[in-house]
Design a protein around this ligand. Structure first.
Ligand SMILES: [Fe+2]
Length: 377
């Protein structure tokens, strides 16, 4: 549970707010590169951290954003990994961009999507760091078998279904935190889902070692809406056709959007096209098509800004609590003592991955998973 003051501190992102100032210490993904396709292309209206901006590319192809109504400033932009990034902080102190692995691989090795989500960004980040809801919300998919497309929910390891009360472990890192969710596997082993939380709003969702890895970012448009970026990449090879077909089945963490507005086609206004008969049949937990769509339904139905003074957290919410605590610490250190968050100066530390793996019970999870968590690109 948060106090009213803490909840406001974490969720208000506009100019001059404490969280707004913290987020402005970091580069923010704000558009797909294809939205500003080339030098001297048409400009792009961008609402970002409560500011109305115009994104552009100049004659040399360089990206920037103009705020013309209040401050008449130009903010620096960058293209990395098929995504456009903006830095809305102090011009005297521009940090390096985070060296995320997917920003270094060839375009054929990654898949990038963007969606608009109509709720405060923190509701999305909380969902991303929370492994325990997977055993419920995403426990059963019932998409019809089509041309080799697998419903990932039906292939979740048995461990996820058998042990629905994972124990959480959190370790601070130079970029944020490492979150280990432990479930019983066999008598002598545990199934570990290791999620990365990277300041300020990035996560990496656990995947089996060797499979394409997924990254998410929640960029606030303003207090009541956000842009979600999801990237799936393979560090060693191009994504295969079947992997792209899997992504574009929209059963997983990417979702189908309108190509102009980036609004999800299944959204609050059409009840996420929930299939009540399918849900009643027991073959699907939610009756909603994809994993991202299930998350959207939950996160948006919590309201535009969830009132965290009324919540009841338990031990399975440890990761959510730790993530919020780090954000609160960083917000206060900046607001009260002018301390820049150290993570914003740790560009190289962002070269990490997430992992899901089975380890012998006597092996410390962070040591057993260490090799799988290192990015090589
Ligand atoms: Fe989820």
């Amino acid at each position: 549970m948060l106090s009213r003051e803490e909840n406001a501190l974490l969720t208000r992102v506009g100019p001059g707010t404490a969280m707004g100032n913290l987020l402005r210490c970091f580069w923010q993904p704000f558009a797909l590169a294809s939205e500003l396709p080339g030098a001297d292309c048409d400009p792009l209206r961008v609402r970002l951290l409560g500011e109305d901006l115009v994104g552009f590319r100049d004659t040399s192809g360089a990206v920037g954003l103009i705020e013309s109504k209040v401050k008449a400033v130009t903010y620096p932009g960058q293209e990395r990994g098929g995504v456009l990034w903006a830095y809305l902080g102090s011009a005297k102190d521009i940090p390096r961009m985070p060296e995320l692995e997917w920003t270094h691989v060839a375009a054929s090795q990654r898949y990038v999507s963007k969606r608009i989500q109509v709720c405060n960004y923190l509701q999305n980040v909380e969902g991303e760091v929370d492994s325990s809801h997977v055993s419920f919300l995403h426990s059963k998919g019932a998409a019809p078998d089509a041309a080799g497309i697998q419903d990932l929910r039906s292939t979740l390891p048995d461990y996820m279904a058998r042990d629905r009360a994972p124990r959480f472990f959190v370790l601070p890192t130079e970029y944020g935190m490492l979150i280990g969710a432990r479930r019983n596997a066999e008598d002598d082993s545990y199934y570990w889902r290791v999620t990365q939380f990277l300041m300020p709003t990035y996560t990496m969702i656990p995947v089996p070692v060797g499979a394409p890895v997924s990254f998410t970012a929640a960029t606030p448009i303003d207090d009541e809406s956000m842009m979600g970026f999801t990237v799936t990449w393979h560090p060693d090879r191009p994504l295969r056709e079947d992997e792209i077909a899997q992504i574009e089945s929209w059963l997983g963490v990417h979702t189908e959007v309108d190509p102009v507005s980036f609004n999800p086609l299944r959204n609050k206004s059409n009840d996420y096209l929930i299939d009540r008969a399918l849900q009643r049949s027991g073959r699907s937990y939610t009756g909603i098509r994809g994993i991202r769509e299930e998350d959207l339904a939950v996160q948006e139905s919590m309201g535009l800004i969830f009132d965290r003074t009324i919540e009841h957290l338990g031990s399975s919410d440890l990761a959510v609590i730790a993530m919020r605590r780090r954000l609160l610490e960083a917000v206060r250190a900046l607001a009260e003592r002018g301390e820049t968050p150290y993570e914003s100066r740790m560009a190289d530390a962002y070269r990490v991955r997430s992992a899901a793996l089975v380890l012998p019970r006597e092996v410390a999870w962070n040591e057993g998973a260490a090799e799988a968590l290192v990015a090589t690109m």
